[in-house]
Write a protein of this length. Sequence first.
Lengths: 268, 226, 722
Amino acid sequence: MKQNQGNKKPHKFGMVIDLDKCTGCGSCMVACMSENNVSFRDDESDKQKSITWMRVYKLTNGKPFPETEICYLPRPCMHCEGHHGHSPCVSVCPATATDYDFTTGIVSQIYTRCFGCRYCMAACPYHARYFNWWDPVWPEGMKESLSPNVSPRMRGVVEKCSFCFHRYQLAMEKVYYDGGQELGEDEYQTACTQACPAGAITFGDLNNPKHAVHQLVQPDENHGGKPKNPDAFRLLERLGTNPKVYYFSSRKWVRDAADNNIKNTKDA
Amino acid sequence: MSEFDDKSVDVSTERDVSADSDGDGVKADNGGLAMLLSFIIGLVAALIIGWGVFPALLYSEKEQPVQFNHDLHVNGEYMECESCHYFREDGTFAGVPTLNACIDCHEYPIGSSEAELNFVDNYMATGKEVPWRIYSKQPDCVFFSHAAHVVEAGMDCVACHGHVGTSTSLKPYEENRITGYSRDIWGKDLTGVFKKHPWDSMKMDDCARCHERETGSKGACFQCHK
Amino acid sequence: MKIDRRSFLALVGGGAVGTALTPLPIKLTDDISIWSQSFRGLPNEVPVPADGAASYHPSVCTLCPGGCGISVRKIDDRAVKVEGAAGFPVNNGGVCALGLSGLQLLYGPWRVQAPKKKENGTWKTISWSQAMTEIADKLNKLRQAGRAHAIAGIARTEAGTVPSLLKRLLTACGSNQFFAMPAVDDTFRTAAAQMRGNAAAVGFDFENSSFVLSLSAGLLDGWGAPVRMIAAHSQWRNTGAKLVQVEPRLSNTAAKADQWVAINPGTEGILVLGLAHVIVRDGLYDRAVTQNSESFDALKALLKKDYAPGAVAKATGIGEPVIEQLAKDFAMAANPVAVCGRGSGREPAPVKEVMAVLALNALVGSINRRGGVFTSSPLDYIQWEQPVLDDMATKGLKKSAIDGLHKLPEALNKANVPSIEALIVAEANPVYGSHDAGAMKAAFEQIPLVISLSAYMDETAALADYVLPLHNNLERLEDVPVSAGLKTPVVGLAQPVVKPQLDTMHPGDAILKLASEMGGSVSESFKWRDYKECLKSTFGDDWRALAKDGYIQKTLFGETMDAERLSKRIDFGPLLKSRGAMSEVPGDKNQYPLVLVGYDTMRIAAEWIGTPPFALKTVSDMVIKDDDIFVEVNPATARTLGLKTGKAATLETPAGKARVRVNLSDGIVPGVVAMAKGFGHTAYDRYIAKKGVNTNTLIGPVEDAVSGQDVAWGIRAQLKNA
């Protein structure tokens, strides 16, 4: 057997979302649902029980009419690296049903292994994890539209955004089959990135200087992936979760909101 | 089976006898022997159950819908594994072939074997796909890349599937009554410690062991799970 | 030997030791744990999707007028994902939430499974041949009775071969009562015809604009071709182009704009002329244009008299300095463009308002200029021979028709003899989508024979006597003409992605079949063997290009860009002459102190189809919660009315009454109540129906003085604690 995984620098897939471009249209959310066999119920208006791996939040600057401003913020799983792979959710899982993949930087999981304690949900500061409170039910005929590349989740397990890891798997199969050496930037893109009409989402390998995500944020590996580009920021940076989703916004109040800046507190 | 049954009969007979006879001295004399005997009976019975009855009850044997002769196709007709079990252009693996792969030769029977007639009459003629029972079928939550193993790592089919390619008949499919999986996943050997060939079992631990050995890491969940 | 307690324990002990020496404990434990892990749910087992070969199939989405190119991923015969087609001229890879939910419409329980006939109020499944024979028979009887003109038809749009086939069927029968659901394109065409002398499709070169002034146009809320607009917005972010959103509500478009100018609803036209006033007053207009145009002096006089910033500020609620500055910014920009069409801009707008916007564009030279407004001849690739008319048809065609779809309730409710005795509805949902939907429903109930051609059991189909189930958009071949504000219109080709799942028919084939069943001259009017042949022969030599590329851009039709079309010349006269006030909201101001406006968002399908479950999942719980719809009101308004956020209230308008809940929002002009469009379906099923309120039941039609179209966008309302 060949051993060529060892000498390559591992990938670190990440995402950059330009909030100036995001219009809050919801395409990313639906692209994600359709790609990942996310279930739905006849009433989805209880948002605490509605599963949306990718969720677009609506932020307001809190000012009265007519100074009110709104910013839309898409929130996938941040795929936190923490310190050396200690993402908040991974470190609390008693079932080893979720772990940090050092070769891709993706927080991965085994749905069937999860026994539904929901510690990870409590630990995730981004509310990126969702629990299946019910058996997922597809109305008659609609099972036809389920993708075989993502296994549908059953009641009692937690699920979340995977950065469309199955797309990585399929892309790698093609790379292997073609005898190629490297995965091209456009060969692995998440469903939300691909669908976004605004082109607001950029996805790629943060470790690869040729990839747009790297060039956009210039992650500082010595400081937990903090962006060297001063215009880029991450959510709740001060928690040290070291997320791999970066944002851009030209509006200061948005950047402030991202770190929950309370007056007179300093960056830790 | 009766070894077990006989013994129990013995026990009950003995009990009847001893119940009839009385006297404390007899009881004291026989106490150690009775315990030893009971222990051995229990031990043997458990061993019989554990090694014989349990495995027999755990799996239900099912015949394949069509008796396919790999050897005839591979050695007789000089076909390659890839003729039927091929990679698609996108690098995914087609797995067990559909009727399309067979129609060129077997649209009508070319021999007179019972297996072929069964295949042509019941499947080819009706257009119904053969519901093959796949010995190596992994659960729905597993992602396995043939391209990564066969093309990239250069592994041989035999490494995981054994010598199916040269078999002359298909062995019965043994389905685990509890899990619904094929016996080949856990392996014929229930202890799991006498694994001689890599293809003897294909549990998650087997994957992890090999991955650890070959790549230095067991891999993360998503490497094999979807 | 006697079995006493000790020997029993020994037996058990032996058993335990023996068991430990077998694989039973570990194997059983493992199997049970695997079993528990693969527990797939009770009572509903989680399905295991079948694996197979993946493939991609191109088509064009027809769920909105945007006409995006899509690529559908299939696993063997199953469609599993809709993606945007890269390189398609409209959307270039992007795709919207509704388009992405397309598979739910395809595979969902709301499809009509087979032809249905209503007998004594209950549906009965019948065969296609029975349906066709019965309908043909009834239509023929009407013709023979000299009532050919009482056969009417409603199509979703006017353009394309399928609506044209329906129109042709009606003509061949002897009726000119063909209606298309009203569209904003009609308004643009009317305005362009009057001001530029040719009925032109109006398009916008947004990609090259440097300053976009949007007058309540929901450019990022579904306006035009929605994906294209969002992409254009991203381009503005890259180039530094400025977007100013004038709108009563902080919509997504307003949220993304560089400047949100909150305006009193309905006064957008006044603001436009106010801006024109400043531009003319300060001499910021393009003299080359005005010298070439007619009635400029009259316009100047009118602007001077009626539209001084002070007066405009009073009407619109926008400060004078803002108006002055906005006018200057607009006029000084290199490539400014002004655009209107409320919300998704699908419904017709007041012509006078559109003319004002065209005039503003003309003043700064933005007509037929890079980044501005472009006029082009409408897509007219359908050139069929005249249908064959027999006596019955000729007589029928001499009779007059109802003057617009919105007049239908009035015409039917007043007349002694119903002016429509048979109605064929092709993929339109007027019972849900017309203003004063309640009156439309009542009118439909009076029509003796309603035939609905629909893929879904929607409100209109539910009222019909016959439902002829159609192939869904992913199951059929069809031309998709797209103007939708594009600079260069496109004709896309929708292609079947999956085989028909149910006992359905292509709408074109259904019409051809019906015609052939009717026989005589009606049948003779349709010489095509089937719809596919009809479509191919319609395109003639262009068919190959269409089939190969999946679209044709209009230039391929050999349009000559003559000087007249490319000129910037405009006639301001029609704007000055047109009747009607600039701002008019129906309803009594004292009884109804507030103004209700419906708003569009990209996440809700507000037109002929229901919002699929995936798209519904994206809708905020401050828009719909349980079955209650929320209305947005300014906290100041709420204070005076004593309303609290989340609390139930009664919303009443001259057209209707509904229970709503209140959402206090600083992103709305005081005195305005905003409600999302697209809810309150009564048909469909539990996933779509009975959620919220249909805005159309609260808003009555308003007829435009120029076009005669229904241009209602809002209504006076009152809101009280429930």
